[in-house]
Design a protein around this ligand. Sequence first.
Ligand SMILES: [Zn+2]
Length: 170
Amino acid sequence: MVTDAEARLALSAALQRVARWSGAETVIQSNGKAESVVVPTPAAALAIARQLEFAARAEAIVAIRRLRGEGRSWQVIASLLGFDSLSDGGVVNPARLAFDYAAGLPRPPLFGPPQFVWVCPECAEVVGDTGPVGSPRQSQRGHSDGCKRLAAEVDAWDGQSAAEMRDEGT
Ligand SMILES: [Zn+2]
């Protein structure tokens, strides 16, 4: 795993590189030692950092699409996103939070329930994923008839639901 310090170092290098490429406005900043460094102005740094933020999010979404395609659950993705270890302990449903992070808010013009789209490697169809709620038969629309991947996920879900009902019955 990348540490926070390593991520900050990589980001700082990327910010400096983009500033040079784009000819961003710079200022000379003293670093407290003998030499001074040329850095982007705060306005240029903000604009570049925001673009890097968009680019990082786009990379995260591509990775999540691939993970869902590989059959990783929203729970596993939540763990990779660090949502199951948030320090405030206030996350009731990390899997749902991971879905919301990936799918985003309802969008105009329909404002329908958010969907996260990925390609099923088994049936090669585009799946509209509505998140970790209910049976995969309802939450993963678009698989072809007889898709083995969907059938396996539905079987797993049915088994889990039956186990939960047994637990509640005791
Ligand atoms: Zn499928």
